[in-house]
Design a protein around this ligand. Structure first.
Ligand SMILES: [Zn+2]
Length: 66
C-alpha cells in the first residue's frame, strides 16, 4: 500500500510577508512625511524625529514584524 497522505510543513522559503493594520505615529506637518511605528516609540506623545512637530496616531497597513 502506497502512502498518499504526505504531510508537508515546508512551504518554500519565499512566503510573502503578510500585511497587517499597524498603529503608527504620523507627523502633523503637511510638508513632512515623518512617521514611526507605535511599538518603536517610547513616549506617550512623541515628536517627529524629522521636524519636531507633534504627531498623531494613525493606522497603516504595513508588513508584519516578526
Ligand atoms: Zn515631521
Amino acid at each position: 500500500m502506497k502512502g498518499v497522505a504526505v504531510m508537508s510543513f515546508s512551504r518554500g522559503p519565499k512566503e510573502p510577508v503578510p500585511e497587517v493594520d499597524t498603529n503608527v505615529w504620523s507627523c502633523t506637518s503637511e510638508d513632512c512625511s515623518g512617521w514611526m511605528r507605535e511599538s518603536y516609540s517610547f513616549e506617550e506623545e512623541p515628536e517627529c524625529p524629522l521636524c519636531k512637530s507633534s504627531m498623531k496616531q494613525e493606522v497603516r497597513v504595513l508588513p508584519e514584524l516578526k
